[in-house]
Each structure stands twice: as C-alpha cells, then as structure tokens.
Design a protein around this ligand. Structure first.
Ligand code: NI
Length: 164
C-alpha cells in the first residue's frame, strides 16, 4: 500500500451535495473512500479497454426460465465448450419457472466478455449482467483497510508503516 496523499478538488456545491447523499446512502464512511472506489473502477475499465488480453476475474449472473425450449442444455453446452474459463457455477431454483445462475470466470477480458455475451443472448434469458475485476493488487486492495485493533483516524495522512 502506498502512502496516502491529500489533494484539493474544485467542485460545484450541488454536485458535491448529491455525491455525498448518494455515498451516504450506499454506506460509505467517508467521501474519500467513495472517491477511491470510483477511481479504481475507472482504472479497471480503462485498463480493460486498452488491453483486452488482460487476465481478469468475472462473475456473470443470469436469470432464465428453465422451461424455455432447450435453454438449460444450451446454457450447459456453452459453458462446457469453455470449461477452461469457468471456475465455478452456483445454480439456484428461484421459483417454479426461474433459475438463477452465478458463474465465476477467469480468463482474458476478451474471452470472458465473449462467453458472457454468448450466454446472455440465449433465448429465454430474462436478465443478466457480467461484472469484471482485476486480481491485481494495484486496483483491488482497499487502501483504507487496516487491522481492527490498530487505532487510526480516517483520511489523515499516515506513514506507510501505520496500522500494519
Ligand atoms: Ni433451476
């Protein structure tokens, strides 16, 4: 973890108020932590756009009607064809008709997006979304996380050894 740096940002008052309301609603303890998450997300997106062959982790969540023709078979077949990308699958029988599948994926951003698109576009899939993240420490580690028993105050500049 690198040292924390404080910097000033010029921002319209109403924009900041809206941002604070949103982040408080989402449970962020500080404005800084919310901002850091936005920055990490932008960095991940930017890196994936620049380098689609980047090794990533993904989770694809799908809701589908298992009565829909041969959807369940096609869903399984497409996953078997890319078993090297599929780490694990969680299947939930939601109700009489609907199934939810959460598929954990590992591979290049390009491969994973392609497989996700192939599954999401199957007829009978009602809704779904792919989430991609990087295993890289640089963007996934929360810089504010420290051991619980260590006394600390949020968002004060700390030395690289503080709390670790
Ligand atoms: Ni099911």
């Amino acid at each position: 973890m690198s040292d924390l740096i404080r910097f000033g940002v010029s921002i319209e008052n109403d924009l900041l108020e809206s941002f604070d309301k949103m982040t408080a609603g989402r449970g962020y303890a500080t404005r800084s932590e919310a901002l850091r998450d936005l920055m990490r997300d932008a960095l991940v997106q930017s890196r994936l756009e620049a380098k689609p062959d980047t090794e990533v982790l993904g989770s694809l969540t799908l809701i589908y009607d298992h009565h829909s023709s041969d959807l369940a078979e096609q869903m399984a077949e497409r996953q078997h064809n890319h078993h090297d990308l599929v780490i694990s699958v969680l299947h939930v029988h939601v109700n009489h008709d609907d199934c939810m599948e959460v598929i954990a994926l590992r591979g290049t951003a390009h491969e994973i997006t392609k497989l996700a698109d192939a599954l999401l576009s199957l007829k009978g899939v009602k809704h779904g979304k792919l989430f991609i993240t990087l295993p890289s420490r640089a963007v996934s580690v929360r810089s504010g996380v420290r051991k619980k028993h260590q006394p600390h105050s949020h968002d004060k500049p700390v030395s690289s050894r503080a709390g670790r």
